[in-house]
Ligand binder design. Structure first.
Ligand code: CP
Length: 328
């Protein structure tokens, strides 16, 4: 059963980019594009989700995702509540399901969920009442679909079509829910070539089955790339010694200005954040002219507006009418 699409192929929940067809991905990106106009206006609001309630339920820390979901909900005129898990009754032993049931009893319409366990968002989606939507804001190593969507949205805005592009994803692929979600989205959108570059210890088994090319040598993997997507070393998810040292990792896989010369002259540099400067990326590159890292953050608002409006019954069509109502 496909939990996240309804019988008409519309988005009911957003749990993963895996299995989302190209047409629907494109519709999400087009809807996000329509919202970028709203974000640039002095009155940054459309009434699309007026009267709807969204709950941010973050069991793991976040700066970008939580804040941009909050801003996105506010731009759509929804009410949004942030549950502080550290001070919630979860700390007294209340189960996830009981937490959900109680929040649902407050008549909320959607949950945005981040959790350390892979599969947590699917679990919640299976247990919410009909009509309540779940958006995965990152579950364990599994998926971070809105991050991947804002990444492909940024690539489309910077580069246009996906077909001619070579995208290199570099670093801790093994623990990265972002990389997995990016690969599914990039493949579905018809990206010319998707490469992953990492030491063998940080590569998932059978990653080639997703259609990517694997490189252990960074210079070879960067050759001719149009997009370089750097990833954070996820120390909090590592068990055992997978790396000799951070210094050694930077020497072999850190993105420096010198290494960037292997890519195309107009290649862009991306990173989902948070950045570990001097571990996976040099500051001169992160803050340099080819970096679009902060554009990714800005684009996250429009993409999360698109996803929220779609799962809550708005869509590209209503996005247009709502925007006009406010802008006129
Ligand atoms: N990229 C990302 O998920 O950042 P946060 O952990 O700050 O939300």
């Amino acid at each position: 059963m496909n939990l996240q699409l309804d019988e008409n192929g519309r988005l009911r929940h957003l749990l993963t980019t895996e299995g989302i067809p190209r047409e629907l991905l494109t519709r999400i990106l087009d809807t996000a594009e329509s919202f970028t106009g709203v974000i640039g206006k002095s009155v940054k609001k459309v009434p699309l989700l007026r009267g709807r309630t969204v709950i941010n339920l973050f069991f793991e820390p976040s700066t970008r995702t939580r804040t941009t979901f909050e801003l996105a909900a506010q731009r759509l005129s929804a009410d949004i509540l942030n549950i502080d898990i550290a001070t919630s009754s979860a700390s007294k032993g209340e189960s996830l399901l009981d937490t959900l049931r109680n929040l649902e009893a407050m008549q909320c319409d959607a949950f945005v969920v981040r959790h350390s366990e892979s599969g947590a968002a699917h679990f919640i989606a299976r247990h919410v009442s009909p009509g309540v939507a779940v958006i995965n804001a990152g579950d364990g190593r599994h998926a971070h679909p809105t991050q991947a969507l804002l990444d492909v949205f940024t690539i489309r805005r910077e580069k246009g079509a996906f077909e001619p592009l070579t995208v290199a994803i570099v670093g801790d692929i093994l623990h990265s829910r972002v990389a997995r979600s990016q690969i599914h989205a990039l493949m579905a959108l018809g990206t010319g070539e998707v490469r992953v570059i990492a030491p063998r210890t940080l590569l998932p088994a059978h990653i080639q089955r997703l259609g990517v090319r694997v490189y252990e040598d960074m210079d070879a993997g960067l050759d001719g790339a149009d997009v370089v997507m750097m990833l954070r070393l996820q120390r909090e998810r590592m068990r055992g010694a997978l790396l000799p040292s951070e210094g050694e990792f930077f020497r072999r896989y850190g993105l420096t200005e010198q290494r960037l010369e292997r890519t195309r002259p107009d290649a862009i540099v991306m990173h989902p954040g948070p950045i570990n400067r001097g571990v996976e990326i040099d500051s001169a590159v992160a803050d340099g002219p080819r970096s679009v890292i902060l554009h990714q953050v800005t684009n996250g608002i429009a993409v999360r507006m698109a996803v929220m409006s779609m799962v809550l019954g708005g869509g590209a069509e209503t996005a247009g009418s709502g925007r006009e109502e406010v802008a006129s």
